[in-house]
Design a protein around this ligand. Structure first.
Ligand SMILES: NC(=O)c1ccc[n+]([C@@H]2O[C@H](COP(=O)([O-])OP(=O)(O)OC[C@H]3O[C@@H](n4cnc5c(N)ncnc54)[C@H](OP(=O)(O)O)[C@@H]3O)[C@@H](O)[C@H]2O)c1
Length: 344
């Protein structure tokens, strides 16, 4: 890259089913020049998150889609390279929404100082940011786990699930993970402290999950849907709770499912067992709790109570492939792209 260019990854076309590299295009443009009251931000780290699949489609959702030809949206840790804004100084690190590009202009709205002492700036995109906050509020406010209960966590080694399981253990619960493959399942138990973790690709998933939950399931933290939900739902206890966080196994669906309509069966279980299910969109529903979360999570992290794993990918140009891999379970931990290096 020349010092005078901004690489940007734009949405070239809308995916039909799973995204492919052809849905993205990398462009270069001159680095934008900030006006009075603005600053030039250089991207250091870019967060890749499942919600971006929704933004690639134009079906109605809680947020508008990315327009064809626009830069892909995304949270970043960015460094101020030029500042014509009185509240921001050159060199400071910010949490920004700069998207999939090297540089962005900001007027200071919607950006947050990371402070000079942050040891791992990229953590602001994961355990100390949106995914960690999602785990914390979803489990504690909707799941309401009680010591001794069984909490089952889908996508258990990912950015959200890994934190859900660890908080469930802190609350004295039995934590059972569901993840893709042996390596992730072993890590869930050995590194994160889950009591057991079941591979969702194992044909015996239903049997293995029932064996791991001999007293049934009191809280199911739903991020996946599909075969994982099918295995969970018969095990739900009376008055169990489901924080409905995501349904990643369906994000690439482009046709309605075939086969028997199971709405009645699932709703019947919810009715008979008085299951409470609540969807949530983290910042829309819980934005005012972010400070409280950050304080608690910083304490847990610095004391080693919560463990955190990042899957760091080098280079902006690798973002499309890494994102496609996220929807196939190829990431192991919070997926972050290292775009640039912060200057001390
Ligand atoms: N409601 C909210 O405000 C909110 C906020 C943040 C995230 N979310 C949701 O939370 C969930 C997890 O997000 P995250 O950022 O923590 O991602 P992540 O878990 O770090 O990565 C996604 C993981 O999902 C699993 N997965 C992907 N496709 C799958 C499939 N077809 N079947 C089963 N598992 C599949 C894979 O794990 P395995 O290899 O283990 O299968 C993959 O590694 C997503 O559903 C996301 O949309 C919701």
């Amino acid at each position: 890259m020349s010092n005078s260019e901004n690489r940007r990854i734009v949405l070239a076309s809308r995916p039909i089913g799973a995204p492919t590299p052809n849905n993205f295009r990398i462009e270069t443009q001159p680095i934008p020049i900030p006006s009075q009251g603005q600053m030039l931000l250089r991207t250091i780290c870019l967060s890749l998150d499942p919600y971006m699949r929704g933004r690639m489609s134009d079906t109605p959702s809680y947020a508008p889609p990315v327009a064809i030809g626009d830069v892909m949206v995304g949270s970043t840790v960015s460094q101020i390279q030029i500042s014509h804004h009185r509240d921001f100084a050159v060199g400071e690190l910010l949490l920004s929404q700069s998207g999939w590009q090297d540089y962005a202009i900001s007027d200071g709205k919607g950006v947050f100082h990371l402070g000079p002492h942050i040891e791992h700036p990229s953590y602001a995109l994961g355990v100390l940011g949106m995914p960690g906050f999602t785990a914390y509020m979803g489990l504690l406010d909707i799941g309401k786990p009680v010591a001794g209960e069984t909490v089952v966590v889908a996508a258990a080694t990912g950015a959200v699930g890994s934190v859900v399981g660890q908080i469930a253990k802190l609350k004295g619960c039995r934590a059972i993970g569901i993840a893709g493959g042996d390596v992730k399942c072993r890590s869930a138990v050995e590194d994160l402290g889950f009591d057991a973790c079941i591979d969702h690709r194992d044909p015996a998933l239903k049997i293995l999950l029932a064996e791991a939950c001999p007293k049934g399931i009191d809280v199911y933290f739903e991020s996946v849907g599909g075969v994982v939900f099918d295995a969970v739902h018969p095990l739900l206890n009376t008055r169990s709770r489901i924080p409905l966080c995501g349904l990643i196994s369906h994000y690439n669906d482009c046709e309605a499912p075939t086969g028997k309509d199971r709405t009645f069966e699932v709703m019947g279980t919810f009715l008979k067992r008085r299951v409470r299910l609540q969807g949530f969109i983290i910042f829309e529903d819980y934005g005012s709790h972010f400070g409280e979360f950050q304080k608690q999570m910083s304490e847990w992290l610095s004391g080693g109570t919560i463990k955190y794993r990042e899957d760091m990918v080098e280079g902006l140009e690798r973002a499309p492939d890494a994102f496609i891999g996220l929807l196939q379970g190829k990431n192991f931990g919070k997926l972050v792209v290292q775009v640039g290096v912060a200057i001390k």
